[in-house]
Design a protein around this ligand. Sequence first.
Ligand code: ZN
Length: 233
Amino acid sequence: MRIRTILGWVLIFFGAMWLIKNNIVKIPDNVQRTYQNGVSKMSAGLDSIIDSNWNFNQNKTSQKMSASEQVTPPESIVKNKNLSRKYYYSYQDGTTDTVRNVFEQAIATYNATGIVKIVPGESQGWLNHLELGTYQKNVPNNQSRTIELGIGGPKIMEQTGIVSRIANHASAKLNVYYNKAISQAVATHEIGHALGLDHSTDEASVMYPLDRGQVKLSQADIDGLKAIYGETK
Ligand SMILES: [Zn+2]
């Protein structure tokens, strides 16, 4: 009895789909648009995601504002922190030349802004430091329909009191489980996180969370860096 009821509904459903498909039953325009949006969002989900600290709901709420008008936002932990614009960077042991090469290109991009200055050197106490390297993590495709290409972020060390000090001991890593992670775009995105930039909903931003091969900082990215480090002196 129950199986027969379900079968009935299934038949009704496919019957309705057939009528819609053949334009016998017209869907109002706005309903059709919603349906099409849903489809394009799903195909975006099939892309390679640069890293995992992204959720699509976050995207939905901020989409109302024109993406190009937004300054790339700072990660909340660097907000209102008086960080020095100078960074020393070093590589994890075993980082290959190919990986170093893409990181070097990304570093050159940030240095060209004149807002930050990233130079080779080891971590020294209360100075900003950026650790670069790789890791391997297999994210099963059937779970999220996306793959993780890297990870990066700031780590704020702070001392308040008679002497107040602050430093960012940041890191940026490429997930070399996937060959496509060894790219200038992924390195630029992860160093962006390390320097304190959060995700952007603008596809022209290097901080857009899906891999679009973006290696050039947008004006909004540059403005985002200025918001954290101040104008060049
Ligand atoms: Zn990211």
